[in-house]
Design a protein around this ligand. Structure first.
Ligand code: HDL
Ligand code: ZN
Length: 431
């Protein structure tokens, strides 16, 4: 076969095309803690919510010598003031979460260096939440976000049960941590919502739990069911978690064609005084994940791990099981140095069959910085990878770049979660 002359590769031009493609690619953000504006106060936005983000609170406490409880007794604006002074005025806001506030303010057109908090607050006062949500989604070039929805959150439950007109760019995720990890208390909550469940997994309890999950799946039409798990997670075991997975949750996911998302490695309340900021991480044993992928070949598993040291083994596991889809650089791995390492490794081992990032945003303005910062790193990694590929003799066209980048930013997720006929019925009901 006549080999085509290897036309002179222009790495700079290719890199520019890649940067432009990543910047222009709309994102499907598959895991956040944001809320549809219909949830009112549950939706966090604006400078005081940005500054009291638990990542920043943890960092600010390293400079503050006041007792934890004194901080928590303050008004949110006073807490924000303390964070601002400790991390933004006392030193350069160099950490990822602090730099994120700077990126966000500047992209909103506010000069973070000049603006004192009161003048920044005045700027936010003019916005209506629903308009501001769309403004942030558009600035961040985020097509849609997936919420984290818990039937065990009383405030959220009330709004679902009343019913509301859904914002088209807010998808849902059915969060099951209390069911799977705190059965002793959650079975009573489920009981008080009208389901005849007992503390032991009798046949009737299992049927009633299936009805509970069916009702919530029909109500919120989730992309997936999800749980966060400790590093000690094992499967199968004789634990209640393992039995609930086997007898209730996975059969439910199979009935509705729901992927099951597992976020593994979190050690909750390592320092309880820090509240949401008090969680830590641990090294996970991946045999439990491996057993699940093996024993449930038709079940789709979405997985992200919290420990950097687990990432390579997880990539290899994904090579063994096509029903395992990796997503995001979760939480403590969501920093440029580790995103670079993880994304490079995933591309090298998995091609485009993974989801490069999710924002985990809790404050809607964060979408702007979390995606700007991630696009920066993903662009870097793709420039390296495509230039290497091009020098081997394969240079991508603009359309091919657009196709591939789309896969990393939500496209592969969509392909992986292709709708199951049972779920199709709910989809049409929600239109
Ligand atoms: O369990 C989770 O979904 C985590 O993302 C926690 O919510 C954590 O507090 C967080 O916000 N990480 O980014
Ligand atoms: Zn999360």
């Amino acid at each position: 076969m006549k080999t085509s002359p290897n036309k002179r590769l222009d790495p700079r031009r290719l890199s520019q095309r890649i940067a432009a493609t990543v910047a222009a690619a709309p994102v499907r953000d598959i895991h956040t803690h944001l809320y549809d504006p219909a949830f009112g106060k549950l939706l966090l936005w604006g400078i005081d919510d940005l500054l009291t983000y638990h990542y920043l609170v943890a960092e600010a406490f390293r400079q503050l010598d006041l007792p934890y409880e004194n901080f928590w007794e303050l008004e949110k604006s006073q807490q924000a003031e303390l964070v601002w002074r400790s991390l933004f005025l006392g030193r350069a806001p160099i950490s990822e979460a602090a730099r994120g506030v700077i990126t966000t303010l500047n992209r909103l057109g506010l000069d973070a260096r000049q603006g004192d908090l009161p003048s920044i607050r005045r700027w936010f006062k003019d916005w209506k939440p629903a308009d501001y949500v769309d403004h942030c989604l558009n600035l961040a070039n985020v097509q849609s976000v997936c919420m984290t929805n818990s039937p065990f959150d009383a405030d959220e439950r009330k709004i679902w049960e009343t019913g509301f007109h859904r914002h088209p760019r807010f998808e849902s995720g059915l969060r099951l941590d209390p069911l799977l990890l705190s059965w002793k208390s959650s079975f009573r909550e489920i009981q008080s919502s009208g389901y005849k469940v007992k503390s032991t997994l009798t046949k009737e309890t299992i049927l009633e739990l299936r009805r509970f999950l069916r009702d919530w799946t029909t109500r919120i039409n989730p992309n997936y069911a999800m749980v966060s798990l400790p590093p000690s997670f094992c499967y199968p075991t004789d634990s209640i978690t393992s039995q609930l997975l086997e007898k209730v949750v996975l059969p439910h996911c199979s009935e509705f064609g729901l992927p099951f998302a597992m976020m593994v490695g979190v050690r909750r309340a390592v320092n309880p005084e820090l509240g949401l900021a008090g969680d830590g991480l641990g090294l996970s044993n991946l045999r439990g994940l491996e057993n699940l992928c093996q024993q449930y070949p038709d079940q789709k598993f979405l997985v992200t791990l919290l420990a950097r040291e687990n990432q390579h083994e997880l990539c290899v596991l994904a090579r063994k099981f096509r029903n395992l889809h990796l997503f995001g650089c979760w939480w403590f791995t969501n920093i440029p140095s580790i995103i670079q390492e993880m994304t490079t490794m995933r591309l090298e081992l998995l091609g485009f069959s993974f989801t490069a990032q999710h924002s985990d945003a809790r404050v809607v303005d964060q979408l702007i910085y979390k995606w700007d910062h991630s696009r920066e790193v993903i662009t870097n990694v793709l420039q390296q990878s495509y230039c290497r590929l091009a020098s081997s003799g394969w240079e991508p066209s603009d359309d091919e770049l657009k196709r591939d980048v789309g896969l990393l930013l939500g496209g592969s997720f969509g392909d992986f979660c292709r709708i199951h006929p049972a779920k199709q019925i709910i989809e049409t009901r929600h239109r």
